[in-house]
Design a protein around this ligand. Sequence first.
Ligand SMILES: Cc1cc2nc3c(=O)[nH]c(=O)nc-3n(C[C@H](O)[C@H](O)[C@H](O)COP(=O)(O)O)c2cc1C
Length: 395
Amino acid sequence: MFKGFTFKARKPNQLLNVEDYRRRMHRCVPAVVRDYVEGGADDQKTLAANRTDFGAWTLRQRTLAGVSAVNLATSVAGSDLAIPVMTSPTGMSALTNWVGDVGVARAAEAAGTLSVLSTASSYSIEEVGQATARSHWFQLYPFGDTEFVQHMFDRARTAGFSTLVVTTDVPVRGNREGETRNGMAMPPTIFPSTVFDAVRYPVWWYNLLKHQRLGAANYEKGVSSRINTTVETHTRQARFMQSDLVWDDIRWMRDLWKGPMLIKGVLDVEDAVSAVSTVGVDGIIISNHGGRQLDCASSTVAALDRIGAELGGKTQIILDGGVRRGTDVIRALCLGARVVQIGRPYLYGLAVGGETGVRNILGIFEEEMRRALILMGCRSVHDLDRTWINRVSPV
Ligand SMILES: Cc1cc2nc3c(=O)[nH]c(=O)nc-3n(C[C@H](O)[C@H](O)[C@H](O)COP(=O)(O)O)c2cc1C
């Protein structure tokens, strides 16, 4: 009766999609880390909208199109990618897993794509440069003064980073109440409950103590971070945050950085036009910092709809925020993005399985895009445009 069936003693742990990894992360890291990764600002309206607004568009399905293989390869700002998905910069990623930025960059390379290293990374610019084979991108928080910025540019260039991303949506830190409740505020505070909760995760705790990757590694001239630098990281960021940054500062950086440069944190059409026509950046990253900064701001996919319609073809557009499925990537590409970046999804992968976990997440996106394009009857990501989607509700 059961001929042809395979019997197994136990059901395998199947992590089939990003949401499975998110749920599994809860078994791997303490609440303080989960809230740091998952939380957004204020009432988290923008965080939610980043997800739900994708639902305003449906995909066109052409039948009998004879498509059995699809092309996912593309390029952006001079970098060739096997898939139109990169990893966003995230500060202190080693809080989720000690392999941190090195694991993320290596996993991105293995998937044929690239990572963007945060200024607030757990591993220094030099460490990531040495551990990788390709030229990844570097994200700058223009904290501090011109001397600090020049110093960071020199280090990034020397370590082999090809492309600069300047994040402009953090003139002040967003109000992330989940982080504050757990003591990740100013000043960072450790409560007994934080410690009791953390000891329930012995593997995470052991690696934390062993590898001591708690803070940001780039603020020191040296190459490694030490356990007490979470406090230093927060203090420095708060002290050197430049709320008064203006377009002239970006122009100055544009002249100084000899390579492709993009601005991250653009949501407004007028800003997108200024970035391209007056500053001459090579591209913009439509981002609201994953809903962690201004709550009630536009979702990124709604901003892409507006900006893509105005600027499509005049610059290279990247979207991040709320991308959880291959079909989200496809919808963003239809609306004018060349590539998307993912933040939390790869942090879930990192928390669950280190470098392999990140590689698995990128593999899931690849597989989902491939399958969806075949089902749509579309041969290549380069064929995607607004004719491949229908708007079913306003955003
Ligand atoms: C834990 C965490 C840390 C982040 N740190 C940085 C950072 O250091 N620099 C930066 O430009 N953006 C940072 N971001 C924002 C991401 O680069 C990206 O814009 C966002 O995560 C995209 O949304 P998603 O998480 O829904 O994919 C961070 C996001 C998270 C979740």
